[in-house]
Design a protein around this ligand. Structure first.
Ligand code: BGC
Length: 686
């Protein structure tokens, strides 16, 4: 079977694969099952209720809502807790998180005293914690092409997660983005599956820090997500459907990230909300079997446990009784269920379930109900399947050393974390345009600049807004604007410029523009365009989704179109008359439409055309401002190889190209696919 698969995929791989993208030898194929006997020994001593508890993952707020509070962990034998998007202690300070995680971990479920997994969405640093170092989102890391850097970032993220008392990171996202209307585009490393394979491998190696000789995972457990093809849904609809008649293509275009993560021994995989040919992955036995569980045919293969996404069972149920979908999911191979408020609501509406209270007891009763069905019932969950799921989970817990009386000492990874964040932000910037005047390019700025004019109405505060630079999944689920939760190590564009600007330079946003003092040799203007923070389906745009997730996200009403408002445009035009260079910086979670080819009207008003230099900065994190200032003033020089500062996907000319869903890197482009404005790997050097 494996041979057949390899031969079938050869034409694709032969075009795109380089030596470094071949799946590396997997020394971790048996890393977790090494603990199988020990895990089974524990399972044999457990009651059915205790086993069901191990399969239950609930959020901090849900546990607190139970009438027993945190004691519900013992009562329901809970195996794992997560900080969901908006969970927070009294304040999000490190010490408050540490105190909270300490209290939670002092509760151990079941008579077997099985320690808890504590999960968090550390998708770009330990983002729930105030003053944490926030790295660029994956879209920017993709542009760095720097696998070593990604390894270091993952190691630092893992260190920070552990420091806050958590031991499981819901990362890396290895989605391959196919359509930029997708609100999670920035969580993807790009659209080249083979690059993503390498990035995923390094991320997992860095975060988990496995000591293979001692058989111990010293870092944090990773959860590679969202299996699979979450970035390939029709029209880029988050949690949507992938229509396909070609499994080989689906695999080639979406699976390599998993190969990378499996080869590094990822200990868990989160299953996607999305569907393939209308069967939600949460219950999709065919895809789970074929690409996760067939150990004899998959090399490298997955050896950890599977976990559902938040409230995914009720989302997959789509009106069918909850207990049926739950059985379908567990029988398809779901080992752990992330319970959400939606689930409790659905359970209440399932006539078969006797316990109608919206509480954890109802969820667990639903599993029990299925276990107790007759063998002939299609929704029967066998005891054997329960034992298998719990064995998978316990194997991982054992490999993490959670049962050991002494936990490994927390040793900071190499390097200075803030410097690594700065390096990542610098390497992630992509220079799309850099006009020359005579022999002098617009950037780096070499002239003695006395005036920097910032243009960004209606809101100049964007220049001093680290929250916008960080994007979604920062402190809260949807991210937050402003600098409330950052410290002096973080840098907005304003602080970055001020740090570099010589003494006689002032940042001047509001001065009248026509004063004679401003000349082309002593003044530059910086124009800032930014998407507001958003997360998941809240960031979907332009995709004509009339379904459940259609949203009125006013802030994103322009969809992928980016344009200057009239006020800024007037200023820009007057400055251009004086030959003052305009450098435009774009903060965004995806490539935007910046030359408006399909928009009628005055094309010369489009941001790309009207700027002398144009920098795509993505969501560069807490060091983003300093990185941007360094790049403009030549303290950092853009590179243009596959090592940094180049696009990890093709940049669309217009929305029509995006809507084809076939805007792909040239290496896998077919004749019928559109040719983008900028190719994968494009980026100017300075
Ligand atoms: C997201 C996951 C995330 C989970 C827990 C879900 O809504 O799809 O990526 O890990 O929430 O916060």
């Amino acid at each position: 079977m494996l041979k057949k698969l390899v031969i079938m995929t050869l034409p694709f791989l032969s075009i795109t694969a380089t030596a470094e993208t071949q799946p590396p030898q997997n020394q971790y194929n048996q890393f977790y099952s090494y603990y199988q006997d020990k895990a089974k020994e524990i399972v044999n001593k457990m009651t059915l209720e205790e086993k069901i508890g191990q399969m239950t993952l609930v959020s901090i707020s849900q546990i607190k809502n139970e009438k027993e509070g945190l004691n519900a962990i013992e009562k329901y034998n809970i195996g794992a807790i997560l900080a969901d998007g908006n969970d927070m202690p009294a304040t999000p300070s490190l010490s408050d998180w540490q105190a909270l995680s300490r209290i939670i971990s002092s509760h151990t479920a079941s008579t077997q005293h099985i320690p808890l997994l504590l999960g968090t969405d550390a998708v770009h640093g330990n983002q729930h914690v105030a003053n944490a170092v926030i790295f660029p989102h994956n879209i920017g890391l993709g542009a760095t092409h720097d696998t070593q850097l990604i390894h270091q970032i993952a190691a630092w993220t893992a260190y920070d997660v552990k420091l806050s008392g958590f031991n499981w990171a819901f990362a890396p996202t290895v989605a391959v983005v196919h359509d930029f209307r997708w609100g999670r585009t920035y969580e993807s490393f790009g659209s080249n599956p083979n690059w993503i394979q390498n990035f995923a491998r390094e991320y997992v190696l860095g975060a988990q820090n496995i000591d293979n000789t001692k058989h111990i995972l010293r870092g944090v457990l990773t959860s590679t997500k969202h299996f699979m093809a979450d970035g390939n849904t029709d029209n880029g609809i988050d949690e949507g459907n992938v229509t396909t008649t070609n499994n080989e293509q689906l695999r080639n275009e979406n699976y390599p990230g998993y190969i990378g993560a499996f080869s590094a021994g990822t200990g868990s995989v989160m299953i996607s909300y999305s569907s393939i040919n209308h069967i939600p992955l949460s219950v999709n036995k065919f895809y789970l079997d074929s690409y996760l569980f067939k150990k004899d045919t998959l090399d490298p293969h997955f050896d950890g446990f599977t976990v559902s996404d938040y409230a995914a069972i009720s989302k997959a149920a789509r009106g069918k009784p909850f207990h049926e979908t739950l059985a379908n999911s567990i029988n398809a191979g779901m080992d752990m269920i992330m319970v959400g408020q939606g689930d409790l609501y659905y359970i209440n509406n399932d006539p078969a379930l006797i316990d109608h209270s919206a509480s954890l007891s109802a969820f667990q009763a639903a599993i029990l109900y299925d276990v107790n069905l007759s063998d002939q019932d299609p929704y029967k969950i066998s005891q054997q399947r329960i034992d298998e799921a719990v064995t998978h989970i316990l194997q991982v817990k054992l490999a993490m050393g959670l049962f050991n009386s002494q936990q490994p000492k927390l040793i900071p990874p190499q390097g200075d974390e803030n410097k690594i964040a700065l390096q990542a932000a610098e390497e992630s910037l992509v220079l799309l345009k850099n006009d020359q005047k005579g022999n002098t390019p617009a950037i780096p700025i070499t002239a003695k600049i006395k005036h920097i004019l910032l243009l960004s109405p209606p809101d100049y505060s964007l220049y001093d807004d680290i929250g916008t630079q960080c994007g979604g999944w920062t402190i809260k689920w949807q991210g937050m604007r402003g600098n409330k939760y950052t410290d002096e190590n973080a840098s907005s564009i304003l602080t970055g410029l001020k740090k570099l600007a010589p003494a006689n330079v002032y940042i001047n946003a509001n001065e009248p523009l026509l004063i004679d003092e401003y000349t082309s040799s002593n003044t530059i203007a910086i124009a800032l365009l930014a998407e507001p923070p958003y997360t998941e389906f809240m960031g979907d745009v332009d995709n004509d989704d009339n379904g459940f997730y259609e949203i009125n996200h006013n802030q994103l009403e322009n969809g992928l179109f980016m344009q200057f408002d009239d006020f800024t445009l007037t200023k820009i035009k007057r400055l251009k008359e004086k030959n003052i260079p305009i450098i435009t910086v774009l903060i965004s979670g995806r490539p935007m439409i910046i030359n408006h080819l399909l928009r009628s009207g005055n094309d010369s008003d489009a941001p790309l055309n009207i700027s002398d230099a144009f920098i795509a900065a993505w969501l560069p994190g807490t060091k983003g401002g300093e990185a941007i200032a360094n790049a403009i003033f030549g303290n950092y020089h853009f590179r243009n190889s596959e090592t940094a500062n180049t696009l990890p996907f093709p940049w669309p000319k217009d929305i029509k190209q995006v809507k084809t869903g076939r805007l792909v890197c040239d290496s896998i482009r077919k004749d019928s696919d559109p040719v983008p404005m900028y190719e994968c790997g494009y980026g100017l050097a300075t």
